[in-house]
Design a protein around this ligand. Structure first.
Ligand SMILES: [Zn+2]
Length: 341
């Protein structure tokens, strides 16, 4: 219990006080003894059925403190920071009100205005991005598409998005971090997008395509089979491809800046092994999803897109370890161990 109390205090301190204190507390939070304590507390909580409450309490705070956010926030503002965390915690999003304004993007995908601040033009623009960019890119890169009913809900303001999150069962003390930091949430076949967090049409193309790739994997039954780095890696691969179609200059700048950040992290010896990303998603000092993206790029570059699609296809029917070995000629574990930038 003492350990739990100290951890809570630490997070509270880091979350509440000055930037300097936050930086110092951040290194403390990332130190080995504290990380070991986090694991112990999480295990203890799981054993006693408190998993959800502890995860809620530690999760968001850790995310804010040790910031999946990078030192280049302007470029990364639109990148999805908390979505995995939310994917794990929420089992379902509340159903949309059928009287909301809507637009049919495809046979299976319906776009909704989550509040009255979303105009007809915004719905139409999102719809055309889905049909002209997202779906062709997802199909081309994975041989898959969302086959079941999928809903995409757009929100226009932090207040209205916050209200919707409250109704979805997220605790009020977490709302502000989520409202300001997320670019999108995906749960099964439902996507929520806070439009006010996006900088332009290219960001929207990225987020829509990224989240629809998650939905595609969920519906194909491979969302939880794929290791986190690879699942996020493909979503980033597709999201950035859609963004590039709308604004290639800005997209290339983002990729360059994020690659440089990650190289710096690697040079400092702080890069985590790929197979540890799942456990360290909340506490890593850098954007682990982008590491997954670079690893996925390496895999596609080395073996070709057709081989990669064959791997995804095979994973729908069998164990991911086996399909990885058969398609790429080495074990998943070996690749994860060998990967460097
Ligand atoms: Zn994602």
């Amino acid at each position: 219990m003492k350990k739990i109390a100290i951890l809570i205090m630490l997070y509270f301190l880091a979350y509440t006080f000055s930037p300097q204190l936050q930086t110092e507390t951040k290194s403390l939070v990332q130190s080995k003894p504290v990380q070991e304590a986090v694991t112990q507390v999480s295990n203890y909580a799981a054993d006693h059925g408190w998993s959800e409450i502890v995860q809620k309490m530690l999760g968001t705070t850790l995310q804010v403190v040790s910031g999946v956010s990078s030192d280049n926030p302007a470029l990364e503002k639109s990148m999805r920071l908390l979505e995995n965390h939310l994917q794990i915690r929420l089992h379902t999003l509340p159903p949309v009100n059928p009287s909301l304004k809507k637009e049919q993007a495809s046979q299976t995908i319906t776009l909704y205005a989550g509040d009255t601040g979303i105009s007809d033009e915004t719905l139409k623009s999102a719809s055309s991005l889905i049909t002209s960019d997202s779906l062709p890119i997802i199909q081309n890169n994975t041989n898959l598409n969302p086959k079941k009913e999928t809903e995409v809900v757009l929100y226009s303001s932090p207040d209205l998005y916050g209200n919707a999150l409250l109704k979805a069962g997220i605790s009020s003390d977490e709302i502000s971090a989520i409202v300001s930091q997320t670019g999108g949430i995906t749960v099964d076949s439902a996507i929520w997008i806070p439009m006010y967090n996006l900088q332009g049409k290219d960001d929207l193309a990225n987020v829509l395509t990224h989240e629809l790739t998650h939905v595609t994997f969920n519906q194909a039954g491979i969302g939880t089979k794929l290791p986190l780095w690879l699942n996020e890696g493909v979503c980033w691969h597709n999201g950035l491809a859609a963004q590039e179609k709308v604004n290639s200059t800005r997209t290339n700048r983002i990729i360059k800046a994020m690659t440089a950040n990650l190289k710096k992290t690697a040079q400092n010896g702080e890069l985590l092994p790929l197979d540890q990303i799942d456990q360290s998603l909340l506490s890593a000092s850098y954007n682990v999803e982008f590491q997954g993206y670079l690893a996925t790029e390496q895999l596609i570059d080395k073996h070709g897109l057709d081989r990669f699609k064959a791997f995804l296809n095979q994973t729908q029917r069998q164990d991911v370890q086996r399909s990885f070995q058969q398609n790429f000629g080495q074990s998943l574990g070996e690749f994860e161990k060998e990967f460097t930038i």
